[in-house]
Design a protein. Structure first.
Length: 328
């Protein structure tokens, strides 16, 4: 695995009398876009705030680009942008003034500010609105200004909490275009949203939380992860001449293979590796006496992945108990 840009180890966070995150561990690779999903109250905002060092956990470690966020919050904030779910704008400042204020708060050198304001406004499609007051912007434009303020210092990592809430479909589509462009420039994004169709348009990974625990964290189907520079992970459907059950235990022991689902006619696996790894697995199946009839990529959208993950969590019992009660 690549060196992660975000690493969370055994993170536990308590509100008074309530455990919101219980021993959460995860690694996010650079250049990826991770959809942070989960039901209301799952802990998404709390996790984002902990990663941004805005809240201090009971225990655990968070590193961003190798820095411990609680020991070196300034270093981390210099390379991170954060959009809160309840972001505020100074309504009496113009777009240019709001961006300038953000640039100066991020410590940009005075001579770099004007250029950063202009470039960011253009990046966010606000190049012709520089002299407009924030209070006169539409909801979508305000959202883009807030994101502009979060990225004015060209961070490596951008955390976004419900960035599309309240936007109409056209504004959501425009925002998805912005996120794709940021990813193409090498930024790593972690985006929480309930609007899965919108996340689907640009996410390479899904991180599903429920009741303060990680239900599932994995690459989404298709070649998106590989195109983001992350190691490829393929979701494949395999069908055999023999019954799926008779192949399952052998398959589960193969390097880079994780079994995801078995049904009467076949099974789904996640294979870490490229086309050569897939070809090698097919040869190994045949050599082991398990001839294949089908090898096909699994194409499921984020909504399907999320629902499957919730369902698997329920049947394994992870959903039935909430994160441990906070210790007094
Ligand atoms: P949503 O999708 O509704 O925004 P979420 O996944 O972002 O939810 P969090 O806001 O992180 O969830 O909240 C996680 C849990 O912690 C919830 O059960 C919530 O009620 C609880 N919680 C959040 N803030 C506080 C607080 N200040 N005091 C006590 N409990 C809190």
């Amino acid at each position: 695995m690549n060196t992660p840009i975000i690493e969370v180890i055994d993170l536990t966070f308590d509100y008074p009398g309530f455990r919101a995150l219980a021993q959460v561990s995860l690694r996010i690779e650079p250049g990826t876009v991770t959809a942070l999903v989960g039901p209301n109250g799952a802990g998404k905002t709390t996790l984002l705030r902990c990663i941004a060092a805005l809240d201090t956990p009971l225990s655990g470690t968070v590193r961003v680009a190798g820095h411990d966020v609680y020991e070196s919050p300034r270093e981390v904030h210099a390379l991170m942008g954060y959009l809160s779910d309840s972001f505020g704008l100074y309504s009496e400042l113009t777009v240019a003034q709001g961006l300038e204020y953000a640039a100066r708060s991020q410590g940009l050198a005075t001579e770099a500010v004007a250029k950063a304001v202009q470039t960011t406004a253009e990046r966010m499609g606000l190049g012709d609105k520089l002299q407009k007051l924030a209070s006169t912007l539409s909801r979508g434009q305000r959202q883009r200004l807030a994101i502009g303020q979060a990225i004015i210092h060209s961070p490596q990592v951008l955390l976004l909490d419900e960035p599309a809430s309240g936007l109409d479909p056209e504004a959501r589509g425009a925002l998805a275009g912005v996120f794709k462009a940021l990813q193409a420039q090498g930024m790593t994004l972690l985006v929480s949203s309930h609007i899965l169709a919108e996340l689907d348009a640009y996410s390479t990974h899904m991180l599903a939380l429920n009741q303060g625990r990680v239900l599932e964290h994995r690459a989404l189907g298709g070649a998106t992860a590989a195109s983001a520079g992350a190691p490829a992970e393929r979701l494949l459907r395999l069908e055999f001449v023999h019954s799926a059950e008779s192949v399952a235990s052998w398959l589960a022991n193969q390097v880079n293979v994780t079994l995801r689902h078995i049904d009467a006619s076949g099974l789904e696996i996640s294979l870490r590796g490229d086309a050569a790894a897939q070809a090698a697995l097919v040869s190994a199946c045949v050599a082991a006496g398990y001839p294949l009839t089908v090898v096909a990529p699994v194409t499921e959208n984020l909504q399907q992945s999320y629902l499957k993950s919730l369902e698997a969590g329920r049947s394994s019992g992870r959903d039935s108990k909430s994160a441990d009660k906070a210790q007094p």
